[in-house]
Ligand binder design. Structure first.
Ligand code: PMP
Length: 391
């Protein structure tokens, strides 16, 4: 049986990590990594997480099963933090998932109940999006989202494509800190998107994986809330991996928005039944940590502070990166106003290979860089080494 399987290519980012680790050069730099790094190059456990874990260790009395929907206290607290008290004036219901990826997969399963449905995704996007939707048999349509040379969002193309989508189709939107481009949408863009989605009868699916790492926790959700308010029905996949630095704890949720409790309950029931048939129930520890942080004012305060430190460091590096790279390509000055960890450089895959071989600078073939992979003091020298290779 195993002989009959097709060989699968290893994940290029994981390969890159292994190659970087094996590189003996001392000045090597890893810009491919998909996690936040502090100024010392570490991805630390957040102080609030440590405090919550201490609290759980002292108070948790059982590791018995939870239900497929997960921890209701986590779902309530995360919803309040993510969508605010008013949550777009709509009703909402949630289910806990194994990370943001698990959330997207569960949401995709629901959409794929109708195989005629297409989901529209922007290009470029996070590499796993295509794979997740293909895995459930959904048709995937694409719209061009970003011009790498101009470092600008192609808002007209995006709106024109959505204008022609079939009623009932889904639209994937990244809430903030777009992976891999860092490009944000303007308030007017969000209003236009909301209007088209409402007019065409489309269903928005938000991938909310970086809230708080762009301009602020509330600011980062503003566009999403505009759409939810306008459209009424929406799905949101939330990841706690980056904003709580809980990557390996696999912590996330899917929230459904609508106007009737009965419909939302039916939706959650369907998601729970998919969960039961695939992993039974989500891992509990990360969600218990998030609940313990958000429900206790001093821990929440510590978390808000540390998240701000992370956001401010990213913004500081962005300013330095923009200044240094703009000497080679003026458009790269836009990196300063982009948000989150990622930006996309105009560079060919061949030159990515050359950079790796000659200078020990690592990034995926796409040219995506994680700005948090650099120390502020290294930015100028990294730019000097990358600059001559830009397209
Ligand atoms: N969405 C986007 C855009 C991402 O970049 C990521 C992580 N790289 C995820 C979702 C999934 O995050 P996780 O499954 O680790 O929570």
């Amino acid at each position: 049986f195993f002989d009959s399987l097709t060989e699968q290519k290893p994940d290029p980012l994981l390969e890159l990590i292994a190659k970087f680790a094996a590189d003996p050069r001392s000045g090597k730099i890893d810009l491919g990594v998909g996690v936040y790094r502090d100024e010392t190059g570490r991805t630390p456990v957040m102080r609030a997480v440590k405090a919550a874990e201490r609290h759980l260790w002292e108070t948790q009395e059982s590791k018995s099963y939870i239900g497929p929907e997960g921890d209701p206290a986590f779902l309530r607290a995360l919803a309040l933090e993510t969508f605010g008290e008013h949550h777009g004036g709509r009703l909402l219901a949630g289910i806990q998932t194994p990370g943001g990826t698990g959330a997207l997969r569960l949401a995709a399963e629901l959409l794929a109940l109708d195989k005629r449905r297409k989901i529209w995704i922007g290009t470029p996007t996070w590499v796993n999006h295509q794979a997740i939707f293909a895995a459930v048999g959904l048709q995937v349509g694409t719209y061009r989202f970003f011009d790498i040379g101009k470092q600008a969002v192609l808002d007209d193309e995006m709106l024109a494509t959505l204008q022609n989508a079939t009623p009932g189709d889904a639209v994937l939107l990244q809430t903030s800190c777009h992976n891999p481009t860092g490009a944000g949408l303007s308030p007017q863009n969000w209003l236009d998107i909301a209007d088209i989605i409402a007019a065409r009868g489309l269903l928005p699916l938000f991938d909310n994986a970086y809230q708080g790492l762009g301009h602020g926790r509330i600011e980062d959700a503003a566009g999403m809330m505009t759409v939810i308010e306008t459209v009424g029905e929406a799905m949101v996949a939330v990841s706690c991996s980056k904003s709580f630095s809980l990557y390996r704890e696999r912590t996330g949720a899917v929230y459904l928005f609508g106007d009737q409790h009965a419909q939302l309950n039916k939706g959650i029931g369907n998601l729970a039944s998919h969960a039961r048939a695939s992993y039974s129930m989500p891992p509990a520890h990360g969600a218990a940590i998030v609940a313990a942080i958000l429900q206790e004012p001093s821990r929440r305060h510590a978390w808000v502070d540390e998240l701000s430190e992370m956001r401010n460091r990213i913004a500081e590096i962005r300013r330095a990166v923009a200044e240094a790279f703009a000497q080679f390509r003026p458009e790269l000055a836009n990196i300063a106003s982009q948000e989150g960890m990622f930006s996309l450089l105009p560079i060919s895959p061949e030159n990515v290979g050359q950079l790796q071989a000659e200078h020990g600078i690592y990034m995926p073939d796409s040219g995506r860089i994680n700005v948090a992979g650099m120390r502020v003091e290294d930015v100028a020298s990294v730019a000097q080494r990358i600059g001559p290779y830009l397209a």
